[in-house]
Design a binder for this molecule. Structure first.
Ligand code: ATP
Length: 322
């Protein structure tokens, strides 16, 4: 007997979800499931299609084809119903500058059908919870970036959505505000809130997310927990080499000396030359002699353990960063 009554409905599900802009396939037949109660991260470089995916799930971008569901609600067929189940924190500041901090919350509550009394109570509760009570009467333009972001999260969860969707939530925040926001998201999730976020910060995905989908060119390249993804990279680590002089020459020479294939990849990054592979520690002497042969001085050499960055480079041959 195939009794599926005990299988919980996914918090978010996409079926062959697709968005095409002109000739550009921004999201390419994406099948994705976010389980209730998890923090799910879409990790990828700029232009991977993360924002467009989030936009389609949150009804702000119309799919070219395919479907997206929040719970069992089809977001294209029933956008109003879907919106009530979704809390959105967009990439840019969308707080209403004509309103005070408290009013931004209050009117959001009213918009979602709360009575004046309930909207007022909820506003006060959220201002306290997000440590904004002493700013309640101020204009939102008086808030720091971190505070504005906290207010946007407070506003997004005010109507108790099934899923909280955040697009690059810590982009542009200082490190302290970033950590504070991670704490807030962990607390919310601890209280049962399902979270879907997009990010191009591998640390953010690594630290925060239960499961991560690595995305590039509109497709998911790999999916799993951070440790599962790192294990999939076959334990590849990174040898980071810094030389005085032109590292381009060194890359050329190393490619000849080491032989680059699917087991070893060499990329140039801002921080130096990265050699990625399983046993790269064994290549140290070859790297040093290659550099010396070119008259380049190696002034730093370090071995970096597998990270999501390694996973991304292994999958694409490119760096995750811009
Ligand atoms: N409104 C639009 N019109 C035309 N092309 C678009 C539009 N929005 C996105 N694109 C294109 O779709 C692709 C995916 O963009 P998207 O913004 O979803 O990526 P992303 O991974 O979220 O990157 P970012 O972090 O820069 O927002 C890119 O090639 C982008 O140029």
């Amino acid at each position: 007997m195939n009794d599926r009554s005990d299988v919980p409905t996914a918090a978010v599900r996409t079926v062959k979800l697709r968005k095409v802009y002109g000739n550009n396939v921004a999201v390419d037949d994406l099948d994705l499931t976010v389980n209730g109660g998890e923090i799910f991260g879409l990790l990828g470089p700029n232009g991977a299609g993360k924002t467009t995916t989030g936009g389609m799930i949150t009804t702000r971008v119309l799919p070219t084809s395919g479907q997206a569901f929040v719970g069992d609600v089809d977001v294209v067929a029933h956008p109003a119903e879907a919106k009530a189940k979704i809390g959105v924190v967009p990439q840019s500041n969308t707080l209403d500058r004509a309103l005070s901090v408290a009013q931004n919350l209050y009117f959001h509550g009213r918009y979602f059908g709360m009575s004046k009394r309930v909207a007022k109570e909820k506003t006060d509760e959220l201002l306290t919870r997000f440590r904004l009570e002493d700013r309640a009467k101020l204009s939102v333009s008086a808030l720091s970036g971190g505070m504005a972001q906290r207010l946007m999260v407070a506003r997004a969860i005010m109507h108790e959505p099934t899923v909280l969707v955040l697009d690059e939530p810590t982009s542009g925040l200082d490190p302290q505000s970033r950590l504070a926001l991670w704490d807030i998201l962990r607390d919310l999730n601890g209280a049962g809130q399902t979270v879907l976020l997009t990010t191009h910060y591998m640390e953010e995905a690594d630290e925060l997310c239960d499961r991560i989908a690595i995305m590039d060119h509109g497709k998911i390249l790999a999916l799993g927990s951070a440790s599962e993804l790192k294990a999939k990279a076959g334990g590849a680590s990174t040898l980071l080499v810094k030389v005085s002089g032109d590292p381009g020459e060194l890359i050329q020479k190393l490619e000849n000396a080491i032989g680059v294939d699917e087991r070893v990849k060499i990329v140039m990054s801002e921080s130096g030359v990265k050699i990625i592979g399983k046993d790269v520690a064994q290549l140290i002497s070859k790297v040093v002699s290659s550099a010396e042969g070119l008259g380049l001085k190696v002034y730093d050499l370090s071995l970096v353990q597998p990270s999501l960055e390694t996973v991304f480079i292994n999958l694409t041959g490119r760096e995750l960063r811009d």
